[in-house]
Design a protein around this ligand. Sequence first.
Ligand code: LLP
Length: 454
Amino acid sequence: MSRSAHPAGPRHADVLPEGHHAAPAEDLNALDPKVWAHTVGRDADGVVTVGGITVTQLAEEYGTPAYVLDEADFRDRARAWRTAFGTDADVFYAGKAFLSRAVVRWLHEEGLNLDVCSGGELATALSAGMPAERIAFHGNNKSPEEIERAVRAGVGRIVLDSFQEIVRVAHIAQTLGKRQRVQIRITVGVEAHTHEFIATAHEDQKFGIPLAGGQAAEAVRRALQLDGLEVIGIHSHIGSQIFDMSGFEVAAHRVVGLLKDIRDEHGVELPEIDLGGGLGIAYTSDDDPREPHEIAKALTEIVTRECEAARLATPRISVEPGRAIVGPTAFTLYEVGTVKPLDGLRTYVSVDGGMSDNIRTALYDAEYSVALASRTSDAEPMLVRVVGKHCESGDIVVKDAFLPGDLAPGDLIAVPATGAYCRSMASNYNHVLRPPVVAVRGGRRSFGPHPVRK
Ligand code: LLP
């Protein structure tokens, strides 16, 4: 899903003359800061280090595969989003990208809010001390039990996703003697330029209530009449791994248009709009994501302009970045098990994890980078496909990449930018265990399981 997979010219076997593969221009030992967490580097022996710890040490202590998370980088990115949006807007980290109790604590300390989309995520957030009023609860089919738990806890907002849910939440809140703050999620009819499975603003899909045909307006009409609800705003999330701001522009235009219609019909100016998450990150050197301050500036300007045109007071904006905060902060560390050259094709490098720890390549054709991590090498580059250990030929971690030609069993390799939607979408396929998450900071493990020496 990177916009282009091939920073150094073509890498696909199919676009090259048979038996030839363009060697990459970049140094295979280099670690592009665009795709690696901030504290990643190599020590004097060429071993990759993160947060002051070598990957060889981490592999020895925790085994492989392992998700390695750079706490300082996570905090930096969270803070950058917070600062970029200032005090006039709210940043809700999307927990679906990656959630653990330690991460909830970091977010709390850095002043972010949290978006959860299941009772499990809600329980994690509350148990780690996130104040309920800083939690937004999402989902297209929240169960009555989940809704009740959220209302009882006092979550700051529930994002309503259907006509049935409007009634359900109102009823539960009223039964509990509460008035629940809610936003209504609408689909604005934008085609986001991303993979079909992660585009969420076109109308033919399960999320939200369509703006088209007056359905969203009808949802607001009904919600405003219910005593159990306090309608605070409109929500739109157009998709994920998006680089182009034009989709957000159209979405903001249409959301503000609805606010204006609501004002004209009901005499009410809803005080908030949420423009969702979805900002892209660099999976390969070819991707050029925008910085949080640029995004904040662009979104704020769009909303302010649209509101001025509609003669509305500018509502409080919120955003929900997940991937853009956690994605670049982690890499997955694997040990090479076998190296299988297929003449004239490519070399298959099998690692000790695979689609159970990163389903994104199989599911979305996602593109990743990879580097030899336990040493450097000056050997000639070889075209590889990094595959997992599962009983499935689509079990691919990195589809096309170059690694040094002397790669051998026992080497450690690392795949960067796996912080988002890898561990959170992990499975136990083939009864393979989920990898541990080890967070490091300033030469120490800041959280993780107890070390298991191999
Ligand atoms: N807000 C809402 C309402 C969402 O549905 C999502 C993501 C986000 C925020 C956060 O989006 P982000 O900033 O992380 O792109 N599994 C897919 C991504 C699914 C996204 C689901 N919703 C992937 O691996 O690419």
